[in-house]
Design a protein around this ligand. Structure first.
Ligand SMILES: *Cc1c(COP(=O)(O)O)cnc(C)c1O
Length: 526
């Protein structure tokens, strides 16, 4: 390795191991990073958070710009006291962020209009932001299992079960494919995902992966998978017959959060290099938000010393977070779930918010508020916490039709084509921006949401049916129709080739616990 790099790695190798505590103060185990990743959720239902955060100097942040992305991420992990040797972290990051991304910069930034910079988090293999965490976390998960087995603390490998409404399933399949000591099975609602989403999942490569359609909707998938997790006889059988333990690897796993802190630190360094922000001056960040994991990464980066001003939290018509930030009351007691063109932000319970509440108010309050949320469907934070929340965050939301309008307006004005999630953030950033430059976080390539992008560019509303001449097209063919309307728009090769790749997983199973368990048993016994 050449000199600046090895100096950096040596320096950080002296970092002490960081221990994790949980947001509800109920888990006394104080695991290090690798154990927290394998365990996923803390004893007592809380989420793991680091006991202390590293604080970076401006110089340390700016130096990152000289490194390739994998070394930037490795450096952040070392600052965080991850319990692996520095050289090993670097090797694993090379796997996580290499030519599996279609841009060598991994998370490039594009200044679309003066002062509005788009951070593109969709250059990974599934063309969406989940790859930033799911190309990384399984590599460390696999390493952690190997270490535990070596130390004699574990004999089993892990089987990851995922219920998906579409995009997370593919990102998880791609992340776990051929990772040692792991297998993964994904359950999606048959008929409830787009043609492209289904093809992305059923064509997945890898010896340790599978995907099944479920006769039912997303809730049916989720309930069946949860029931399988809670079925002791099933767990015992997996252990005895296949030496496997179950894991969910979901978005509350700290192993998915930490990579999301890295790209905010990295983005600030890039912004200074490109002249988008003066070194030491603030940039604001605007994030299309669902489960609050992405924007939480920005919050932690700010706490670590990255000059981030306001955290702009952008919601769609499922605007529970915008209301919470405006009022201090989180209330889903009489809230209906709305479908939108930005489905990855369609949430009622935003699970990573619990980590923010812990940082602002501590475990005792979190316990009280989470109990209230479970019992009454609402909680209200105290005045002091609300004050701090308002200092840090501004929330706003964008309607379905407005978000499609933004796609066509920004395309007409700038030639930049964005997906409906990014459009929500763009609109909120335009409404709320002040003198600071804004980093608008882009979470999906437009081609993942081709039908609504087509509606947007054709001047249709979200509720309008697609024109008759397009209804018989495959998802990929529809993307070519979008290109007729936006000629400079490219389609990632992994998507454009989907109609021609052989489908490996054609199984459809009944909803319910037995359907899921039998699918898993049959697949394991194949
Ligand atoms: C998951 C996702 C989001 C929401 O991110 P959170 O971390 O859950 O807030 C936004 N956009 C896209 C495209 C996503 O896949």
């Amino acid at each position: 390795m050449d000199s600046p790099t090895s100096a950096l790695l040596c320096y950080h190798a002296r970092m002490e191991t960081t221990r994790y505590r949980d947001t509800r103060g109920l888990d006394a185990t104080r695991p290090a990073f690798t154990d927290a990743v394998v365990k996923g959720i803390a004893h007592g239902g809380g989420l793991y958070v680091p006991e202390q955060l590293p604080v970076l100097t401006l110089e340390e942040i700016l130096t990152l710009a000289e490194l390739p992305y994998w070394q930037r991420a490795a450096t952040i992990f070392e600052y965080f006291g991850v319990d692996l040797a520095g050289a090993r972290i670097a090797e694993l990051m090379r796997v996580a962020y290499g030519d599996n991304f279609d841009d060598a910069r991994i998370a490039p930034i594009e200044e679309v209009i003066a002062g509005m910079h788009v951070l593109e988090l969709w250059h990974g293999p599934t063309s969406a932001f989940k790859d930033m965490a799911l190309q990384c976390m399984p590599v460390f998960f696999s390493e952690a299992i190997a270490l535990k087995q070596e130390r004699g603390e574990l004999t089993d490998d892990y089987l990851v079960l995922v219920a998906t409404s579409g995009d997370t399933g593919k990102a998880a399949l791609e992340g776990f494919a051929d990772r040692d000591h792991t297998r993964i099975v994904v359950f999606y609602p048959a008929g409830g995902v787009s043609d492209i989403q289904r093809k992305q999942m059923v064509t997945q490569h890898g010896e340790n992966v599978s995907a099944f359609g479920v006769r039912g909707n997303f809730d049916d998938c989720q309930n069946a998978v949860k029931a399988a997790f809670n079925d002791e006889a099933f767990n015992a059988q997996l252990h005895e017959t296949h030496s496997l333990k179950l894991s969910s690897a979901n978005s509350i796993n700290w192993g998915r959060l930490l990579p999301q802190i890295a790209y905010y630190v990295s983005a600030y360094a890039d912004m200074v290099t490109s002249g988008g922000v003066v070194a030491g001056a603030e940039m604001d960040v605007c994030v299309p938000t669902g489960n609050f994991g992405n924007i939480l990464g920005a919050y932690y980066a700010k706490k670590m010393g990255v000059p981030i001003g306001k955290l702009l939290c952008a919601s769609n018509e499922n605007n529970v977070l915008a209301d919470f930030i405006a009022t201090g009351t989180y209330d889903i007691s009489s809230r209906a779930f709305v479908t939108t063109p930005s489905p990855s932000m369609d949430i009622l319970i935003s699970s990573n918010l619990e980590r923010l509440l812990f940082e602002l108010a501590g475990a005792e309050h979190v316990r009280e508020w989470m109990t209230s949320l479970a019992d009454k469907g609402r909680f209200q934070v105290d005045r002091e916490t609300f004050g701090v929340l308002r200092e840090l965050f501004i929330g706003d939301w964008v309607s379905n039709d407005e978000s499609l309008g933004v796609i066509s307006r920004v395309y007409d004005e700038t030639g930049y084509l964005m997906d409906p999630h990014t459009a929500v953030a763009w609109e909120v950033a335009e409404r709320l921006r002040d003198a600071n430059p804004v980093l608008v976080v882009s979470t999906a390539h437009w081609a993942k949401f081709g039908a609504d992008v087509y509606r947007a560019l054709s001047g249709l509303l979200y509720s309008d049916p697609l024109p008759v001449e397009t209804v018989d097209l495959t998802g990929v063919q529809l993307l070519s129709k979008v290109q007729e309307l936006a000629e400079n728009a490219c389609i990632p090769r992994t998507l454009s080739e989907l109609d021609d790749v052989a489908e490996r997983f054609t199984g459809i199973v009944d909803a319910g616990r037995d359907g899921v368990e039998n699918a898993v048993r049959t697949w394991l016994g194949r």
